[in-house]
Design a protein around this ligand. Sequence first.
Ligand code: BGC
Length: 238
Amino acid sequence: MNVLGIDIGGSGIKGAPVDTEAGRLIEERLRVPTPQPSGPGEVAEAVAEIVEHFGWTGPVGVTFPGVVVNGVVRSAANVDRSWIGEDAAALFGGASVLNDADAAGVAEMTFGCGREERGTVLVLTFGTGIGSALFADGTLVPNTELGHLELHGKDAEHRASARAREEHELSWDQWAERVQEYLEHVEMLFSPSLIVIGGGASKKADKFLPHITIRTPVVPAALQNEAGIIGAALAARP
Ligand code: BGC
């Protein structure tokens, strides 16, 4: 069936109708910049704009870049803090709402690199922040928030996200060193059988993945930046 998937990120909000059996977008996606300030009212307007653009009346799934429990937002590292405590599912008119990395992870596990992969799989998204989705034999453990592990006394995503690379003007090699260090830490904690790298950085995997030398196989996300939209849609299947 077709479901509208909307992916809310720190810099852009992207949406498209998705064929949830095939795991692909059926129309060209629409991207609107994340409003600033990025509070619930402003973001809800942007989401409504996407729904209207596609003239959508069917089910809608929405991702959010923070912890989401039963549709309620519990953290907001890269969007306005006024989101905390907001019932996002109600705000978006009864849409299914889940964490952005969890959505991307579910899409990768269903249609991408994680298909048929058992054991412990981690999908890590490198964008404005670092998102994480943890799977045990294909089952998601939601809201793991591994981007906020501490590295050198700092939040890991402040050192190793794609935004950190741009803000600190790091070369790909320099950034890869930080990603390597982060992945070593994650590997030590979880001993995964596979790590999938998603988010904006997955499109540039050839620039940094060759420098990554951990034991665990590390692969770029097959669905790249569309994983969030597809995962949002999967979450809203009736
Ligand atoms: C948030 C996560 C989110 C990630 C990627 C982090 O700062 O805490 O919930 O998945 O950024 O957007």
